[in-house]
Design a protein around this ligand. Structure first.
Ligand SMILES: Cc1cc2nc3c(=O)[nH]c(=O)nc-3n(C[C@H](O)[C@H](O)[C@H](O)COP(=O)(O)OP(=O)(O)OC[C@H]3O[C@@H](n4cnc5c(N)ncnc54)[C@H](O)[C@@H]3O)c2cc1C
Length: 383
């Protein structure tokens, strides 16, 4: 009951406080740092975190619905929650030692600290285990050198979760919690993105950055297999639900517009080809939403297939978001091509969802390997 009221409050907040400001955020290419604090004060920044650290420990299905609302409202809002609360927050919960949890988690929930996830680099994308940023082991800690690129909220984040390779042991990738104010860190903004325009994307350069021993998250050497992989799994869950939100927003736009717009003396919603676009969209949207609900249940119950099915949902739902928002653009005609209308933004945002947190192609590889194993019958006969 409490969770239901929480979700309703959040929906109202998004409708009244965020949606009216979306075009401003798009134009100024950023959201105010103050908004992060406000979200934190209202409990909307990291509701997935445990109660003892100021979260409300939303179970996966309700957390999913929360993210769906973010996606339906504004993709940069969804992205903020994904990197801050899911990619970094969940990583500290899962892999942090006590003093790291005490130091960071309450501040992440309240918005006092904003976190970013720094894995990708100029030459390293899908093959994330190949990071070239290095750390050298020193007597009193580590020295970090390298460049991270495409990092959401790098422009305003206070804390970076950084992945780097041991300069003397190529096989070892580790994760570090790095305060932005540490000497040797420089951030350059990335502007004019097609989507995520308000997500403060940036390039972070680390030049001989000195880190204490307590900055390592998890074990040395567990950076990719344990920390990055589990973080990205949480991220994919968010992107899948956020995609359902984008599809929902696009569907609402196309329905409302088609019921108002008249051509050939009738409302365009009465024309069979337009109805076809709407019916295809609603079927795909419902399928995507149902898939997310099923996956969230499996995640909540720690089902063995939860991770691979999360990847399937991410691939499917992002694709659905693209298809449905493309249909919305079509129904809007010339207005759909104009940046003054939400559907063109939704379409571009949807496309970006097929790239982030593992591209569709890379995840399809993983899903195919799973299917080749799961559906294999060694007694099968060709006949
Ligand atoms: C809006 C936005 C926000 C982002 N935020 C962050 C962030 O906060 N932190 C962060 O670390 N990164 C972030 N990224 C980077 C993102 O994670 C990468 O873009 C993504 O991992 C893909 O890497 P790439 O762009 O280098 O593409 P590449 O890996 O170079 O891929 C290029 C093409 O090759 C295909 N391809 C690559 N490998 C394979 C394969 N094995 N099989 C089949 N096809 C393959 C891909 O599918 C793609 O079509 C962000 C990106 C965007 C666009």
């Amino acid at each position: 009951m409490y969770q239901e009221a929480f979700l309703q409050n959040f929906e109202r907040y998004c409708e009244e406080q965020i949606l009216p400001k979306v075009s401003d955020y798009e134009q100024q290419q950023g959201m105010d740092r103050q908004l992060v604090r406000e979200l934190g004060q209202l409990g909307f920044l990291a509701p997935n975190l445990p109660k003892e650290y100021g979260g409300i420990a939303l179970p996966a299905p309700e957390y999913g619905e929360f993210i769906r609302t973010c996606g339906a409202t504004y993709n940069s809002l969804r992205e903020l929650i994904t990197v801050h609360a899911a990619l970094v927050g969940e990583s500290i919960v899962r892999w942090g030692v006590d003093h790291q949890k005490q130091r960071y988690l309450s501040d992440l929930a309240s918005g006092e600290t904003l976190a970013a996830f720094a894995l990708s680099e100029p030459e390293v994308g899908s093959d994330a285990n190949a990071v070239q940023t290095t750390y050298a082991v020193k007597s009193d800690g580590f020295e970090l050198n390298g460049v991270k690129k495409w990092i959401s909220f790098a422009g305003i984040a206070d804390l970076f979760l950084v992945f780097a390779r041991n300069a003397e042991n190529d096989a070892e990738v580790s994760a570090f919690l790095v305060d932005r104010n540490t000497e040797g860190i420089h951030v350059d903004p990335i502007k004019n993105m097609m989507a995520s325009r308000a997500s403060h994307l940036g390039i972070i350069t680390f030049s001989a950055v000195k880190l204490g021993k307590q900055s390592v998250l998890g074990r040395l050497g567990s950076g990719f297999n344990c920390i990055a992989n589990t973080a990205l799994d949480h991220g994919r869950h968010c992107v899948a639900w956020g995609s359902v939100g984008v599809a929902q927003a696009a569907l609402q736009q196309m329905v409302n517009y088609s019921r108002r717009r008249k051509q050939f003396g009738q409302k365009i919603c009465q024309l069979e080809p337009v109805q076809r676009l709407i019916s295809d969209s609603v079927i795909e949207y419902q399928a995507a939403w149902a898939m997310c609900k099923a996956v969230a249940e499996k995640r909540q119950n720690k089902h063995l297939d939860a991770t691979v099915e999360t990847s399937m949902a991410k691939v499917f739902c992002a694709r659905v978001a693209t298809t449905v928002s493309e249909h919305a653009v079509q129904v809007f005609g010339a207005k759909g091509i104009s940046e003054d209308y939400a559907v063109s933004r939704l379409f571009k945002e949807a496309k970006s969802l097929e790239v982030i947190e593992g591209t569709a192609q890379v995840l399809q590889n993983m899903v195919a390997l799973h299917a080749l194993h799961t559906f294999y019958d060694k007694n099968w006969k060709e006949a």
